[in-house]
Design a protein around this ligand. Structure first.
Ligand SMILES: C[S@@+](CC[C@H](N)C(=O)[O-])C[C@H]1O[C@@H](n2cnc3c(N)ncnc32)[C@H](O)[C@@H]1O
Length: 439
């Protein structure tokens, strides 16, 4: 079992809890240890003990303290009768952050009772579920002066709603009596939906399915704050998911976060949604007919799909020296075409670019209609690029995506957007990065 090594971590956590309950000076002497256990040691432990490929296969990436707090602060007041629910709770980092928003009782047992009624969660791994409960208890201990519980076994009855279960099943059994604050950082691995999905039959990211099930099982007014992979916000494969979500929720915000953490090379965003009373089928159909889906839902920009940089050869400054490369500049590229044979070569010591990419002219004349004129650069060898060109390299490295960008650059909306964004005819790298994509 992947998490058997996690038993050692659980042993440490249990020992700390036992120590604090049995000896009044223990807490003071072990404060640093307890704080590190609540603020990141769980994910350090996972990284040290579970291989990268196993973590990816099982979707085990625990949220760091700062991001978890950012997520928990996005819930807004709904009145007294609400619960938090994390259907893939891992070692409880998101639930811990949410518990910060809960009141405490006058002693430990009262605090645990209040939190136990409000916090729902599950994970398929028992070791993680145990870690979640014990970490919540340690956090409650730090906030409570009066420890009226002395025996660790008495803690078994607290947190009855944090259990070992499959998250998809767990979501179908939630109480209907409370408003729910779904808090999610679900696994990102791909699977065929284990239920009848409203937007797909194929293999997709589990994260998209968890959000779907929260909505399907939730009620009007319930909130969802989820850390999700960027592909859900911008990938064409998830267009139907975005449509499905948009017709059933009010979108409060989509916040781009960048890399999940410094060890995990997956770009993520936070979606903050509230379930609507009625499905907006009319709005949905109108949007499809108007062809406005990409505009309204994805807010996709060039930087979502491309790495954008400036060409680096400065002709008057850089000598024709160093390794020889094919060389492109504004005068040897056909507008809107594709080039794979290059007529010029030059020496260059600086950074060169691997095709395929789109070379975009930085300047245009006031008489030109188009503001961002592009050429697709194909080929198999790196290319030296003059600094009057901007290079947009597709993250999926596909020629097809380059051609799509060319179509988008020719779209009337691109010219309108650029005319509003920058008055001078000189494009900056940042303006190109922010350009919406119209596929
Ligand atoms: C990305 S981690 C996030 C954990 C936690 N929510 C956090 O933010 O720290 C996803 C968790 O989902 C769990 N998981 C994977 N498949 C699951 C399933 N079908 N049901 C419940 N949990 C699952 C994994 O064990 C892992 O702990």
């Amino acid at each position: 079992m992947i998490t058997s090594s996690y038993q050692a971590f659980n042993q440490d956590v249990n020992d700390l809890l036992k120590g604090v309950l049995s000896d009044s000076t223990y807490l003071e002497n072990h404060l640093l240890e307890i704080n590190s256990l609540l603020n990141g040691k769980a994910s350090d432990f996972v990284r040290r003990t579970i291989t990268r490929s196993n973590r990816r296969l099982s979707g085990i990436y625990f949220t760091d303290h700062k991001l978890a707090q950012q997520v928990s602060n996005l819930f807004h007041t709904l009145g007294e009768s609400f619960i938090y629910c994390d259907p893939t709770c891992g070692a409880g980092d998101l639930l811990l952050a949410c518990s910060e928003n809960l009141p405490c009782g006058k002693n430990l047992s009262e605090t645990l009772t209040i939190w136990g009624e409000k916090l729902y969660g599950c994970d398929i791994y028992p070791e993680f579920v145990n870690a979640t409960k014990v970490r919540l208890m340690l956090s409650a201990l730090l906030k409570t002066q009066d420890y009226d519980i002395k025996d660790i076994r008495a803690l078994d009855k607290y947190f009855p709603n944090i259990v070992v279960n499959d998250g998809f099943e767990f979501l179908s059994k939630l109480p209907k009596t409370h408003q729910i604050r779904f808090v999610l950082n679900p696994p990102y691995f791909s699977l065929v939906p284990p239920f009848k999905s409203g937007w797909t039959k194929g293999k997709v990211s589990a994260s998209a399915l968890f959000v779907e099930l929260c909505i399907a099982n939730g009620k009007s007014g319930d909130q969802i704050v989820a850390i999700l992979p960027d592909v859900l916000r911008s990938g064409t494969v998830y267009k139907n998911w975005r449509l499905w979500i948009k017709s059933r929720t009010n979108q409060y915000c989509l916040q781009k976060i960048g890399k999940f953490d410094k060890w995990t090379d997956v770009n993520v965003f936070i979606a903050s949604l509230q379930i609507k009373k009625n499905i907006d089928t009319e709005e949905l159909i109108d949007n499809i007919q108007a062809g406005m889906i990409a505009d309204l839902i994805s807010n996709e920009t060039i930087s979502d799909l491309f790495d954008v940089r400036c060409g680096l050869v400065v002709p008057g400054r850089d000598l024709d020296e160093g390794p020889a490369y094919d060389y492109i500049h504004t005068r040897n590229l056909p507008a809107w075409g594709e080039v794979k044979n290059f007529l010029e070569r030059r020496g260059f010591y600086g950074t060169v670019f691997d095709p395929p990419f789109v070379a975009i002219r930085r300047t245009s004349r006031s008489s030109d209609y188009y503001r961002a004129v592009g050429t697709v650069i194909n080929g198999s060898k790196p290319i030296a690029v003059e600094n009057h060109l901007i290079v947009a390299r597709p993250k999926d490295e596909s020629l097809e995506t380059c051609h799509k960008l060319l179509t988008s650059l020719r779209d009337v909306r691109t010219t309108t957007w650029l005319n509003e964004r920058i008055l001078c005819r000189h494009l900056t790298v940042s303006s190109v990065r922010e350009l919406p994509i119209y596929f």
